[in-house]
Write a protein that binds this ligand. Structure first.
Ligand code: FES
Length: 174
């Protein structure tokens, strides 16, 4: 993924050009842009509209209908909490309250230091091991409040390169 605060015009242009003639091109284009840029930049909307011969309002309509599309750059790490039934039955509600308090943000927001974006998701395919969350590309099951705190500590200390002193990282290697 590119720098999350800047989007790559050339890459977005290429994605639109390569998909615009496929049937139902709007969603694949939006997914392609978000997967590579981290979000759908507002300036990409007129480009998509022109390529698909649709209005900007129509493109905006699709983006806002599917809540999974972001219109602002995400933080360095994206945390998604499963809000579907099986995870709710296993304590996801208490976990999400803890996560919001820990990060000081609500869903679809990013921490002030740009470290974490918090999003809801509805089933990660890990139902038997709920409550489940996804942190960037990793799905984590049986997440307790303590386990979540360890994950956050791990992610916020890695940049300091303290691996030999970090018990969580050592535990993972064992
Ligand atoms: S219900 Fe949470 S992973 Fe399926």
């Amino acid at each position: 993924m590119t720098n999350r605060t800047q989007w790559n015009l050339e890459q977005v242009t290429q994605i639109i050009a390569s998909l615009k003639d496929t049937p139902g091109a709007m969603l694949p284009i939006l997914h392609g842009i978000q997967d590579t840029q981290g979000y759908v930049p507002p300036d990409a909307v007129p480009m998509i509209a022109e390529a698909l011969n649709q209005t900007r309002a129509e493109v905006h309509g699709v983006i806002s209908f599917y809540h999974l599309f972001r219109t602002t750059p995400p933080g360095k790490h994206v945390v998604q909490i499963c809000r579907a039934e099986a995870c709710q039955a296993r304590g996801a509600r208490a976990l999400e309250a803890h996560v919001k308090a820990k990060l000081h943000i609500d869903y679809n927001n990013t921490t002030l230091d740009q470290e974490f974006t918090l999003e809801p998701i509805y089933c990660l395919g890990n139902c038997a091991c709920g409550p489940s969350i996804r942190v960037d590309d990793d799905i984590v099951g049986r997440v307790t409040t303590d386990k979540f705190d360890l994950i956050v500590d791990e992610l916020t200390t890695v940049a300091l390169d303290l691996a030999p002193l970090n018990p969580v990282r050592q535990e993972k290697k064992a």
